[in-house]
Design a binder for this molecule. Structure first.
Ligand code: MD6
Ligand code: FE
Length: 205
């Protein structure tokens, strides 16, 4: 049934440069979740502290050459896991391949991410409206893969005050955004029932 639903939802251009690819990763979902488990064994998901001192409700880890981190001193990319002082786990080939293929499908050829943020949402976790602006190269797109439980995604505009659209993302849905949408505000509503995982691939360095 869910495969049928995924096939009935067709690719949609959310805005200039931003594409929703429903069910694009559905046939790989189990393999991707297995990779997340392996990564989590090496670099456990943790709730990081934001510069204001609060703790994020989403637990995060990373794989690839660079990982996104936050602490009291700010947001940044780090080649090492601050908990371990060691490099992040390598990006598994099936993750890198998925990111490249999805980017290509959305019109962004040659995407070679060096960072993959792994987000884990338990019931009640959320991510407030934000822009992704900690990357060096804002010409590269972002590929975002939703896994396991569904969420309601918040999609705004280039200004925080722009209207926000809400739509469901199911496990296996992929979003690609870049170009004129690269700095669009976005977020995730409080999760009704978890867990949900999200992989966000970026060219960070
Ligand atoms: C999430 N995603 O889906 C959070 N950022 O769990 C993001 O913050 C995000 O999905 C940039 C591009 C795509 C995203
Ligand atoms: Fe984001």
């Amino acid at each position: 049934m869910t495969d049928l639903l995924a096939s009935l939802r067709t690719a949609e251009r959310l805005a200039e440069g931003a594409m929703l690819l429903p069910g694009y990763a559905r046939d790989r979902e189990a393999a991707l979740l297995a990779e997340i488990q392996t990564i989590s064994n090496l670099a456990p998901p943790r709730r990081m502290t934001v510069p204001g001192g609060g703790e994020m409700s989403v637990a995060m880890t990373n794989c690839g050459a660079l990982g996104w981190v936050t602490d009291r001193t700010g947001y940044r990319y780090s080649p090492t896991d601050p908990l371990a002082g060691e490099p992040w786990p390598a990006m598994p080939p099936i993750l890198a391949a998925l990111a490249r293929e999805a980017a290509e499908e959305a019109g962004y050829g040659g995407f070679t991410p060096d960072a993959c943020l792994v987000n884990r949402y338990q019931t009640g976790a959320k991510m407030g409206l934000h822009q992704d602006r900690d990357e060096q190269d804002l010409t590269a797109p972002i590929v975002s893969v939703s896994l396991a439980a569904a969420c309601v995604f918040l999609w705004g505009g280039l200004r925080r005050s722009d209207p926000v659209r809400r739509f469901a993302l199911q496990g296996g849905d992929v979003m690609v955004w870049g170009g004129p949408s690269r700095l669009a505000f976005h977020g995730v509503d409080r999760l009704q029932a978890g867990p949900r995982f999200n992989l966000t691939f970026r060219k960070a360095g």
